[in-house]
Design a protein around this ligand. Structure first.
Ligand SMILES: [Zn+2]
Length: 258
């Protein structure tokens, strides 16, 4: 079977991450063969997508619609002051592509609906959800459960963040973790350093899952309380009666797209 080999320039690019304690050459090649989906590339998804592009993940698909506004720039690292008032997709894609010509970046200018989410997730090896609404997070969770693709779910509020790493069929799913919808604020408060930290940790989880190096946090929820400077994690329990991954789950779309 022909596998994409790493060229001399790529080996030079990744020289600091191939070696003892980091990736092997085979692991780096696995990254090159991999495809990931990042939904929303703002405060969390921006640094996340950048990290995956720079690490050499072969294809990075990014979905984020809308227009960049000034309050985005306390955290959305893929934007700039020049881009205020412009669609996010073009400038975010340009920024990502400028960082690594050895990878493919595919931009989607809207949030995928149910059907698109399943199609996209089915093409991927890992899915990374950074959406602000629980509806979008659940949509991605459902697609990950259907397609049996590992899901990394990142969230933020104020000076706090959470990271959940799930392997459908083996661990809890997002619906097991949140039986009831958490509250949502349109203009939620956030200090940019928190989503950057959560996004970077999410990228590291994806790199471990894709490369086979290290120990992914499957089935755990990591909490960062930046306000108090505390970090903790808990094991997640699967709910046998979960409407998404439990025995009664029906693999049919249930919600309207949007
Ligand atoms: Zn579940």
């Amino acid at each position: 079977m022909a596998e994409p080999a790493l060229g001399a320039e790529e080996l030079e690019r990744y020289a600091r991450q191939i070696g003892p304690g980091v990736l092997t050459l085979e692991a780096q090649t696995r990254l090159k063969r991999s495809t990931v989906l990042v939904t929303r590339a703002g405060g969390m998804g921006g640094p996340l997508a950048l990290s995956l592009v720079m690490a050499g993940v072969g294809r990075v698909i990014v979905a984020h619609g809308g227009t960049l506004i000034s309050p985005d720039l306390n955290r959305q690292v893929l934007g700039s002051e020049r881009g205020i008032g412009e669609p996010r997709t073009g400038q975010f894609g340009d920024r990502l592509r400028a960082m690594n010509r050895f990878v493919s970046v595919e931009m989607i200018d809207h949030e995928p609906n149910d059907e698109e989410a399943v199609d996209l997730v089915g093409r991927c090896d890992v899915v990374l959800g950074c959406a602000p609404t629980f509806e979008e997070r659940l949509r991605l969770n459902r697609a990950a459960v259907l397609c049996r693709v590992p899901l990394v779910d990142a969230s933020q509020w104020g000076m706090m963040g959470t990271l959940i790493v799930l392997r459908p069929g083996q661990t809890a799913c997002l619906r097991c973790v949140y039986p009831q919808e958490p509250p949502f604020e349109e203009m939620f408060p956030v200090v940019g350093a928190i989503p950057h930290a959560v996004g970077s940790l999410a990228a590291l989880e994806a790199i471990k899952i894709l490369s086979g190096v290290g120990q992914p946090m499957f089935g755990r929820l990591c909490m960062i309380d930046g306000y108090r400077g505390r970090f903790s994690s808990i094991e997640l329990q699967r709910d046998p009666a979960c409407p998404c991954c439990g025995s009664s789950f029906s693999p049919k779309p249930t919600a309207t797209g949007g």
